[in-house]
Design a protein around this ligand. Structure first.
Ligand code: NOJ
Length: 588
């Protein structure tokens, strides 16, 4: 890190005190280095046929909303043929569409419509496990022990004289044992639900199959893949016992566990990187790099979902010949404290820069309590895996205020940012959903200890006065919508000054105009310990200063700067209140 400039390109004073440069401006020709990517959870975004489950034609019709919002790309959670035991993350056919979502022709139409609106399309790839209803698993069951078909999954004999004990002591992420016994006495591994058997990635046939799946979707025109459980494919040799809990989806308490220096045998094994190097070669072949014809605008990308212990471990997935991006869960898990946010930002940028990769930023997704609710919980306490009736409830107003400030911070940062559907409306989690309505396997598998992820997966409200709040033509929704969703619907916020939707639109438009996604970033000192103060700048571009006030008192806006966008109103005397963020530009 070097000392930052104290003036901008026009020689105007930057900040109250010189700071420290955290990241240098990037070349912005490669779209994925700075793109804002909007996650669509297909079952919950838009329902075209009124069956209560969202679908692909519903998405296609609503795509202009995303162009108007100002995002660059969409990521679609799985829409493949699936018994839906884990909401589609249990794939039975990787080359076809589940009838609840539509047909192959619908995905083709969606890709074409998205491209027509200049939106790139990233699809979800689930390589760690299939569904137990996948043809390969069915033939592994019928052919029996010792067959080549069984070699595609992780089958083992059990322990004990009669083999009645599982092969090791691993637990599933969703609770309960990670092994299930089949009729002939062998056991198969499933790090998730029993309906999600893990593939054996030591088997070349599995590798060849997934390369073929990549090509299948690239040939259909997708721009990239979000890779599910990217850190799980390879397991440590001998599948040694593991006495610690088998967390994923982040240790829910937000604390890094060093497991006494031991490395979990099921996660983040070095062997996974070889797989991604091979995949990168496949993707590059669609837009050959290092050739005169290479146009970075046509790069196809890979993004790792890897819940690993640190930004440094995550950066290993984005070395030059591996993936393009990895989710930055460190930022998502940072407690709402200036020092924690700054540390996460600095570490994330440093880790990405060390391997020449862009950093990504994310605050919400379909696996965690939405940030409008999460940030309304007491700071520094365990991050719950779902909130339900009888649980401590978030402070909704505080949560929304902080969420708006957190997003205002996130969208000022260089790198690529992921948004989760509905966060642009300030949607909270559904925190009073009746437990009988829950569908996430976590709730049952954990013996009703973890409520799970249904609260963040509730169908989108589009129209405040329509049945299902405009989610579909009927009043059916696969999860119940809380009443508050009506008042937060798109039509209640569109064009309304100060609404969360208009805040997102303003941030996204300014981020694009000012090219913040590829700017340099410096920390500004001098505001005290409770303020995050950063400057995003680059040669020839106007500087943007972002201030987030996490202290108890209001903070004056520095002289010579004017407010471009604020996450909430200023105090009566024009200062920045607690839990509020602003983007400032040099005063005219
Ligand atoms: C991560 C996905 O985001 C989550 O929803 C899913 O349950 C697990 N991977 C298993 O596929």
């Amino acid at each position: 890190m070097t000392t930052a400039e104290t003036t901008d390109a026009l020689g105007r004073i930057l900040a109250p005190a010189a700071g420290v440069r955290l990241h240098r401006a990037d070349d912005d020709s490669a779209w994925w280095r700075h793109a804002v990517i909007y996650q669509i959870y297909p079952r919950s975004w838009a329902d075209s046929d009124g069956d209560g489950v969202g679908d692909l034609p519903g998405i296609t019709v609503r795509l202009p909303y995303l162009r108007d919002l100002g995002v660059d790309a969409i990521w679609l959670s799985p829409f493949y043929t699936s018994p839906q035991a884990d909401a589609g993350y249990d794939v039975a056919d990787y080359r076809d569409i589940d009838p609840i979502f539509g047909k192959l022709a619908d995905v083709d139409a969606l890709i074409e419509a998205a491209h027509g609106l200049c939106l790139r399309v990233i699809v979800d790839l689930v390589p760690n496990h299939s569904s137990d209803e996948h043809a390969w698993f069915q033939s592994a069951l019928s052919t029996g022990p010792g067959s080549l078909e069984r070699e595609r999954y992780v089958f083992r004999d059990g322990l004990g004289d009669d083999g009645a004990q599982p092969p090791n002591n691993w637990e599933s992420v969703f609770g309960g044992p990670a092994w299930t016994r089949v009729a002939d006495g062998q056991w198969y591994l499933h790090l998730f639900d029993p309906k999600q058997p893990d593939f054996n990635w030591e088997n070349p046939e599995v590798r060849a199959e997934f390369e073929s799946i990549l090509r299948y979707w690239l040939d259909r025109g997708v721009d990239g893949f979000r890779v599910d459980v990217a850190h799980g494919l390879i397991k440590a040799e001998g599948l040694p016992d593991w006495d610690e809990p088998l967390h994923m989806l982040g240790d829910a308490d937000g604390v890094d566990h060093d497991h006494g220096g031991k490395h979990p045998p099921m996660w983040d094994q070095d062997g996974v990187h070889e797989v991604y190097r091979e995949w990168r070669r496949v993707l590059n072949s669609y837009n050959p790099v290092d050739t005169p014809g290479h146009d970075p605008a046509h790069d196809r990308v890979l993004c790792a979902e890897a819940w690993v212990d640190s930004p440094e471990r995550a950066a290993r997935y984005v070395r030059a010949d591996e993936m393009h991006q990895a989710f930055n869960f460190d930022f998502l898990q940072a407690p709402w404290r200036a020092s924690d946010l700054l540390e996460s930002i600095e570490d994330s940028l440093a880790a990405g820069d060390a391997v020449g990769a862009p950093t990504t930023w994310v605050l919400s997704n379909h696996d965690v309590v939405r940030h409008a609710s999460r940030l309304g919980l007491p700071v520094g306490e365990r991050r719950p895996n779902g909130i339900g009736i009888g649980d401590p409830q978030p402070d909704a107003a505080l949560g929304l205020q902080r969420a708006r400030a957190a997003t205002t911070l996130m969208l000022a940062l260089p790198g690529s940012a992921y948004l989760y559907q509905g966060e642009e409306l300030g949607l909270p989690d559904s925190t009073d959903m009746p437990d009988e309505a829950r569908q996430d396997p976590t709730w049952e598998r954990s013996g009703h200890e973890e409520r799970g992820r249904d609260g963040c997966r509730v169908p989108m409200p589009w129209e405040g006065d329509a049945p299902s709040y405009g989610f579909g033509p009927s009043d059916r929704t696969w999860l119940p919508q809380p009443e508050i969703y009506g008042s937060l619907a798109v039509d209640r916020q569109r064009g309304v000054a100060g609404s969360t939707l208009e805040l997102y639109r303003a941030l996204l438009a300014a981020r694009r105009d000012l090219r913040l996604g590829s700017g340099s970033l410096s920390r500004i000192d001098g505001y005290g310990d409770d303020v995050v103060a950063l400057v995003n700048a680059a040669d020839g571009r106007a500087s943007v200063q972002v201030l987030v006030n996490l202290g108890v008192g209001a903070v004056p806006v520095p002289e010579g700067w004017e407010v471009l966008i604020a996450s909430g109103p200023a105090t009566a005397d024009g200062q920045l209140p607690t839990d509020t963020a602003v983007w400032l530009r040099p005063a005219e």
